[in-house]
Design a protein around this ligand. Structure first.
Ligand code: FES
Length: 88
């Protein structure tokens, strides 16, 4: 997890089924705001507070969260990953 300008954090996740696809997500659980991170399998995203689980693209697999994680615009240029935290 990285901190962006303005103290925003971002979780960049590679799609397990499409390795060229990256997602840049706001790592704040949409249930009650706890920080999320990759689960033990490094495939799904897990919230330790109440157990919500999200797919790599931020959609909810298991509640209590009902809304997806916020998605940021992301692109790869050479060895650099660019994230625009203002664009969802
Ligand atoms: S804050 Fe994440 S599941 Fe409740």
């Amino acid at each position: 997890m990285k901190t962006l300008e303005g103290d925003k954090k971002v979780l960049v996740v590679r799609d397990a089924n499409q390795s060229e696809t990256l997602y840049a997500l706001n790592p704040t659980c949409t249930h009650q705001g706890c920080p999320v991170d990759l689960g033990e399998d490094s495939k799904d995203i897990f919230c330790p507070c109440h157990g919500s689980t999200y797919k790599a693209d931020g959609t909810v697999i298991k509640g209590p969260a009902s809304r997806p994680l916020e998605n940021y615009q992301v692109k790869v240029e050479g060895n650099a990953i660019w994230v625009n935290p203002t664009v969802a």
